[in-house]
Design a protein around this ligand. Structure first.
Ligand SMILES: Cc1cc2nc3c(=O)[nH]c(=O)nc-3n(C[C@H](O)[C@H](O)[C@H](O)COP(=O)(O)OP(=O)(O)OC[C@H]3O[C@@H](n4cnc5c(N)ncnc54)[C@H](O)[C@@H]3O)c2cc1C
Length: 435
């Protein structure tokens, strides 16, 4: 990999997401050599992926070059590499561009969509975890409407305009809200010769309430907001099968729909060599102690979605969200410096800053540790928080301008089919992307 030997210990970080970047920043200017490996050369701000899928934002405005984040940091090396395996005996990371030895290894590989072994859903359903997947979804949504214009078969036309989103967490709720706004504000103008009132947005949730990780009041209010927007909310229904045309469930409800978006679960991305019953917990997460050390190792750490730290307050690990990943990255950064200096490490304590979801224009729900609120103010808070955490000044400016423009004009101008999406090639494309 052409990384020089250094007198400083080498910390290899796998993954430049929320956790990996926070950690690398903490280690800048410290007496360690940092090697960050990621299969993408950019950081992906996943909370705004749904806006890319629905034409509200260009993908460039939610991605940021990893090299730029860490520009000017001494002893820092980035390599664009897909990690294949970890050899814990030899302290080596094996990648598609070669091997690299480590003194300390940090796994920050995040999570991927979990179809819970249902091959049919994986083959025909759309995931929304990466920028290419969001662009695929954007293309498919728009192609469906173009196709709907061409058919005289009413059933086929309805199926093309029928959208089923599975999973009533923040991703499902936000996507359903955005699609409903497109139906109301954009489709009638873009497709005056199509009866777009027949378009249906269905949100299917296996449990008895939306946003189950948030308060009851947030769930109720989010559902009310969605219903006001015309979304059909289906609760206590589990999707079981999809052949690309018909969605079956564990009840009598079926949907004939050309688009199924799967937002019903994620699992940690674990690596060969660390993939074994010894290390893995619920959802493939690596079991770590309060210092982020992977069970059984002193020099291998895991942070973010991939790590499960069981505490009294979080018996199933911290939520798979950006805040825990960033806080863990910062804590581990301090601890690695302490380790190198021969000091003892400090245990991680998660500071829960709350959670939020937006449903649409002027509609959001916010649960803070001490306050809960919904509506217009919550929506402004949601926007401010997302702008604040977005990486890069340019991205913040671009997103802000887009939001103001979309708000004033009731528009989403990035509704472009840049690379057409063919459903039948999906399996092959997704496999390529994963590799
Ligand atoms: C649609 C969506 C909406 C979300 N909305 C919110 C929200 O509103 N608020 C919130 O707090 N959280 C939200 N989340 C969750 C949040 O994005 C994650 O919890 C967070 O990204 C986890 O950070 P991480 O550092 O663990 O992993 P990630 O940020 O996912 O980063 C993992 C990195 O590892 C890299 N990688 C993975 N495997 C390999 C490999 N083998 N080799 C090399 N590199 C590899 C990836 O390319 C990636 O850059 C959302 C997630 C999604 C998908």
């Amino acid at each position: 990999m052409n990384i020089p030997q250094s007198s400083f210990p080498r910390v290899v970080i796998i993954g430049g997401g929320f956790g990996g970047i926070a950690l690398a920043k903490k280690l800048s200017k410290k007496e360690v050599q940092v090697v960050l490996l990621d299969k993408h050369n950019y950081h992906n701000f996943q909370p705004l992926l749904y806006q890319v899928s629905t034409g509200g934002l260009e993908p460039d405005s939610i991605a940021y070059p990893i090299r730029k984040v860490l520009q000017g940091y001494p002893n820092f090396y980035f390599r664009l590499a897909q990690v294949k395996e970890v050899n814990t005996e030899a302290k080596l990371v094996k990648t598609n561009i070669g091997e690299i030895a480590y003194d300390y290894l940090v796994v920050a590989t995040g999570s991927e969509t979990n179809f819970f072994g249902n091959k049919a859903l994986e083959a025909k359903g759309m995931a929304m975890k990466t920028i290419p997947q969001s662009l695929n979804l954007r293309s498919l949504i728009l192609e469906n409407f173009e196709q709907a214009l061409l058919t005289d078969d009413l059933h086929e036309r309805d199926a093309l305009m029928n959208f089923v989103i599975v999973g009533g967490g923040p991703t499902g709720v936000e996507l359903a809200g955005a699609l409903a706004e497109i139906k109301k504000g954009i489709l009638p103008k873009d497709y005056p010769d199509l009866d777009t009132r027949r378009a249906q947005i269905n949100l299917v949730q296996a449990g008895d309430r939306l946003l189950p990780a948030m308060s009851e009041v947030a769930s109720r209010k989010a559902e009310k907001f969605l219903e006001e927007l015309g979304v059909n909310v289906w609760k206590n229904i589990r999707v079981t099968d999809y052949d690309g045309k018909r969605i079956t469930t564990n009840t009598n409800t079926i949907f004939d729909a050309e688009t199924l978006v799967w937002a019903a679960g994620v699992r940690a991305v674990s690596l060969k060599g660390l993939y074994g019953a010894n290390y893995l917990s619920h959802g493939n997460r690596l079991r770590v102690n309060e210092f982020h050390q992977v069970e059984g190792f002193e020099n291998i750490f895991a942070i973010g979605d991939v790590a499960q730290m069981t505490t009294e307050a979080f018996p199933h690990g911290h939520p798979m969200m950006a805040q825990p990943a960033m806080q863990q990255g910062r804590n581990l950064g301090d601890n690695l410096v302490r380790l190198v200096e021969g000091k003892s490490m400090k245990p991680f304590v998660y500071k829960d800053k709350g959670s939020m979801a937006t449903v649409g224009r002027n509609k959001a729900v916010v649960d803070l540790p001490k306050f809960k609120f919904q509506g217009v103010f919550a929506w402004f808070v949601w926007m401010f928080v997302h702008l604040y955490f977005l990486i890069g000044f340019r991205n913040r400016v671009v997103v802000f301008i887009n939001w103001v423009y979309n708000y004033v004009r009731f528009d989403r101008e990035a509704r472009l089919i840049i690379r057409p999406f063919k459903k039948q090639n999906k399996v092959e494309k997704d496999t390529l992307m994963r590799d």
